[in-house]
Design a protein around this ligand. Structure first.
Ligand SMILES: NC(=O)c1ccc[n+]([C@@H]2O[C@H](COP(=O)([O-])OP(=O)(O)OC[C@H]3O[C@@H](n4cnc5c(N)ncnc54)[C@H](O)[C@@H]3O)[C@@H](O)[C@H]2O)c1
Ligand SMILES: O=C(O)[C@H]1O[C@H](OP(=O)(O)OP(=O)(O)OC[C@H]2O[C@@H](n3ccc(=O)[nH]c3=O)[C@H](O)[C@@H]2O)[C@H](O)[C@@H](O)[C@@H]1O
Length: 345
């Protein structure tokens, strides 16, 4: 039975999971683990695919609608015999035979999830329902990439998994944060009602190579601005904080969660906390000391502070992040310089 890391209450069930097809247990059936990654053409998804493909026993299937992701992120795997890429929108049902589902599909940058909020809600609710229906039919284990945004503008600091959050249900971010909260609810309801094996990761701000250059998230904005000699745009007040996790640490945490026996939710993030002004100063110092830092208007409901309590991840997954911000930024800078076409001076 999966254990529950949420808040000491027992939300998990002893109901047995649905049986996979009889062939999966047959002695001479090919033994590969068939893994579906929704949103696998995106930033975190493509790094996860890279890691999963390193294991020769894995067959990886990506479905993506390319709203914020790109085939370029997966170009090294296209044509590989253990890899399949399918253009598919998860708000439509998907019929496929798999053993595990990493469910990442959802625009993650505030600019993109607010662009078509109704679609964002559909992706989180109908998309997650579709993936849970698939998990139920084929007896697959499913992992949802939820978010620290379920804590909203948190009144508890740092945030642990027992905190229920402080979320505006009718704001411009609600399509995403309430959407993910419903997705978590659906995961637990399918678990209790149908015995589905679930895993929920609450991801905190993650950065690294392959983020969209004009993604709009703060680390990608500052790095692109510093490379292009443009002012770094700190949104007011600049004292708001975030904690940034390098993508290889994130992928390691997600795989440990999937392979372990805890349903979660479990925070996965780097507890190193920075104000946005500190982040801008760090990027300026490391990438372009000549660049200006300016302040600009913020957007509504921007969380004022965010830092994960990762006690559960340490205890239950044996996981903690290894890459410090100052070590991760140059790796991302290299990738951005290549794609923007401006080499180091
Ligand atoms: N990066 C972060 O800091 C962060 C933090 C918390 C949670 N997350 C979660 O992790 C996941 C991946 O985030 P990311 O940063 O890689 O974002 P991303 O935007 O790079 O990737 C999301 C992928 O999902 C695809 N997608 C979106 N809607 C879809 C739909 N309806 N059908 C099929 N594909 C669809 C996009 O095209 C893209 O390839 C998301 O679920 C996000 O909510 C990310
Ligand atoms: O970790 C999470 O759970 C969430 O984090 C981010 O949301 P957010 O923290 O708002 O991300 P950014 O858009 O990168 O903003 C971070 C901070 O930087 C500030 N910012 C952003 C952009 C910019 O140019 N300048 C700037 O100061 C914002 O005001 C905000 O305070 C992600 O985009 C979500 O997908 C994710 O779920």
């Amino acid at each position: 039975m999966a254990k529950d890391a949420s808040n000491g209450q027992n939300h998990v069930t002893t109901k047995p999971p649905p049986e996979p097809s009889p062939l999966r247990k047959a002695k001479f059936f090919q033994a590969n683990m068939r893994i579906l990654v929704t949103g696998g053409a995106g930033f975190i998804g493509s790094h996860l695919v890279d890691k999963l493909m390193q294991n020769e026993k894995n067959e990886v299937i990506v479905v993506d609608n390319y709203f914020t992701g790109s085939k370029d992120n997966l170009s090294q795997w296209i044509g590989h015999p253990r890899f399949e890429l399918k253009r598919h929108d998860i708000t439509e049902p998907l019929l496929i035979e798999v053993d595990q589902i990493y469910h990442l599909a959802c625009p993650a940058s505030p600019i993109f999830y607010k662009y078509n909020p109704v679609k964002t809600i559909k992706t989180n609710v109908i998309g997650t329902l579709n993936m849970l229906g698939l998990a139920k039919r084929v007896g697959a284990r499913i992992l949802l990439t939820s978010t620290s945004e379920v804590y909203g503008d948190p009144l508890v600091h740092p945030q642990d998994e027992t905190y229920w959050g402080n979320v505006n249900p009718i704001g411009v971010r609600s399509c995403y944060d309430e959407g993910k909260r419903v997705a978590e609810t659906l995961m637990f309801d399918y678990h209790r009602q149908h015995g589905i094996e679930i895993r929920i990761a609450r991801i905190f701000n993650t950065y690294g190579p392959r983020m969209n250059i004009d993604d709009g998230r703060v680390v990608s904005n500052f790095i692109a601005q510093a490379i292009r000699d443009e002012p770094l745009t700190v949104q007011l007040p600049g004292t708001q904080t975030r904690s940034f996790c390098y993508v290889s640490d994130m992928v390691d945490g997600l795989i440990r969660l999937m392979e372990g026996d805890n349903a979660g939710p479990i925070n996965i993030g780097n507890p190193g906390e920075f104000t946005m002004l500190e982040l801008a100063e760090t990027v300026k110092e490391m990438i372009n000391p000549a660049v200006k830092i300016i302040t600009v208007e913020n957007t509504p409901d921007d969380p004022r502070q965010r830092k994960p309590d990762i006690t559960k991840a340490k205890e239950l997954l044996g996981w903690e992040p290894k890459v410090k911000l100052r070590d991760g930024l140059p790796l991302m800078e290299d990738d951005f310089r290549k794609r923007i076409g401006i080499p180091r001076k």
